[in-house]
Design a binder for this molecule. Structure first.
Ligand code: AMP
Length: 529
């Protein structure tokens, strides 16, 4: 039975994939309001928007975010851009084949697979691949001629010339760019820095102040406030200076956004995690401490693993039984070099100057490898378990690490849009719902063309207009207008057409008045800029 012939209860229904969700009206209006507010705050600090692709090479995140982080080691959605599995398999089979004749058969499959993968764009259509495929084809043709010779077939390995061709074919096969591994971006700082390097933004005058808005993807365990597709808004400042005023201004900007959203209950945590000069010694000290049997034995499995891989991250642990141990571990703030200490002191003064209240948190190390010196996080008690609204920090070496010029410094943050929206809804102070300004209640064949025309006139003046597609009795239309939350009903029936006077009903108080058509826009006021 076809799917549409089945009763509704038996038809397969599709649902959004676990960890993803739909954002529907009226909530989407709040999302739009929030994004517009964030844009206007960031633009008032002279940030410009950057839009980068949703997927990037796997290596970009492995190099920047770090291999030992959860994001890279466990949470990335990775795929082969060209899905060239067939080519991959036939290459393996070729390398496994022992006799000349076998190898010949495998080579035949490989060459035809490669040619069809090339044609259907399942392997990268670049010059190198073209050259390799052409040469493999000519090797196959040459071998085919030689192996047709009985003497060559008698010899399991083939003649020395045949062997040479097989060796050459093996070398060529290793040159093919079979797969291009890409991931759905788990965060955007690496992408922004990649774009900065790629487009030589360092040659533009002054610091580059960039912001982005968009979805990120992490294969985390879904729960309230934690999704597999979630949305971040972030900002980055890239340039030659690492002045603490830059860090402070960025943080101040975030507090302005919180204020506009009327989120009052939040804490700004700050810390300095040192630099390449002072951090390694501290990390060693920490590792030595954590290796002590009386401490090591009391750690959970994740932390035990991190002692060797990335001991700093033990500080991040939320496991209740580890908290007492962590409190007693040496603090990075006591091991900063003079430059880092000065930078941190100045940051605190700069924040005070801007009247931004903060709490120092020696445990705030942040999860990603590229951070150094300033780190910060904003948490809110109104959010429950996933209480981090936003996190960020300085990453002075990242541009160079990703192949860019030396000496370019960077700092940025990313805020979780999903959680900001939750916080705004919890705070219940900002209401951003959008309803129709005008509902057009029309009745009769003569009224319809006027309704269509006037809907357009009002929409051109930026009013939100609901025009029912089919005729409705006035009583029903007015009920519908009321339910939809419209402010006015514009009534057009035979009487209105005959008298050339429209009826406007104010839905809040039921007041009605008549106006001429050319007064319409004036009556509502034009919202056009
Ligand atoms: P991070 O990039 O991990 O520093 O995260 C920055 C912010 O993004 C966090 O403070 C959260 O608000 C938000 N965030 C991170 N992961 C998720 C997730 N899986 N779901 C929802 N929001 C997230």
């Amino acid at each position: 039975m076809s799917e549409s012939a089945k009763p509704e209860s038996e038809r397969r229904k599709f649902r959004a994939i676990k960890g993803t969700r739909d954002i529907l009206p009226p909530d989407s209006a709040l999302w739009n309001w929030f994004e517009n507010t964030a844009r206007s705050v960031m633009e008032s600090y002279n940030f410009g928007e950057i839009r980068t692709p949703i997927f990037e090479e796997t290596g970009l995140f492995a190099r920047s975010v770090g291999l030992s982080t959860d994001i890279v080691s466990k949470e990335m959605y990775e795929f082969d851009l060209h899905a060239s599995d067939a080519v991959h398999t036939s290459r393996l089979l070729y390398f496994e084949s022992r006799s000349a004749l076998r190898r010949m058969g495998r080579l035949y499959h490989l060459v035809t697979d490669l040619e069809s993968a090339w044609q259907s764009n399942r392997i990268e259509q670049n010059d190198k691949n073209k050259r390799v495929i052409d040469e493999l084809r000519s090797i196959y043709d040459a071998l085919f001629r030689d192996l047709a010779d009985d003497k060559a077939l008698a010899n399991a390995d083939g003649t020395p010339e045949i062997m040479r061709l097989f060796y050459r074919a093996s070398d060529l096969m290793l040159e093919i760019d079979i797969a291009q591994h890409v991931v759905l971006r788990p965060e955007a700082t690496a992408s922004v820095v990649r774009a900065y390097v790629e487009h030589r933004l360092d040659t533009r005058p002054g610091d580059q102040k960039l912001y982005y808005i968009g979805p990120m993807f992490r294969r985390e365990r879904p729960q309230k406030g934690r999704y597999r597709q979630f949305y971040q808004i972030g900002a980055e400042v890239l340039g030659a200076s690492d002045a603490p005023a830059i860090d402070a201004e960025l943080i101040e900007m975030l507090t302005v956004l919180l204020e506009r959203c009327q989120i009052e209950k939040y804490t700004l945590l700050i810390n300095s995690i040192g630099c390449a000069n002072c951090r390694p010694a501290y990390v060693e000290l920490l590792r030595a401490e954590l290796r002590k049997p009386e401490i090591f034995e009391r750690l959970g499995a994740d932390s035990k693993r991190r002692v060797e891989a990335n001991p700093l991250r033990v500080m991040d642990s939320k496991l209740p039984e580890e908290q007492e141990i962590i409190e007693k571990l040496p603090k990075i703030s006591q091991h900063l070099c003079d430059d880092c200490k000065t930078h941190y002191e100045k940051l605190k003064r700069e924040l005070a100057l801007r009247k931004v209240p903060f709490t120092e948190s020696p445990r705030l190390v942040r999860g990603l490898d590229y951070y150094m010196r300033t780190t910060f996080e904003i948490t809110s008690p109104i959010l429950g378990a996933q209480n981090a609204l936003c996190g960020g920090g300085r990453y002075d070496g990242l541009v160079e690490l990703l192949g860019g010029p030396k000496g370019i410094k960077g700092i940025g943050f990313a805020l979780g849009e999903d959680r900001f929206i939750d916080a705004i809804q919890e705070a219940k102070k900002v209401h951003a719902t959008r309803t129709a300004d005008v509902f057009i209640a029309w009745m009769g064949e003569n009224a319809y063309p006027a309704a269509v025309r006037l809907a357009r006139v009002l929409r051109d003046a930026k009013h939100v207009v609901e025009l029912p597609p089919a005729e409705m009795k006035f009583r029903k239309a007015l009920e519908r207008a009321d339910k939809a939350g419209a402010r006015y009903a514009l009534i057009i029936g035979d009487d209105e057409i005959a008298s050339k006077q429209l009826t406007i009903k104010h839905l809040a108080d039921g007041q009605q008045r008549k106006i001429a058509e050319d007064e319409l826009v004036n009556y509502f006021g034009s919202k056009r800029n």
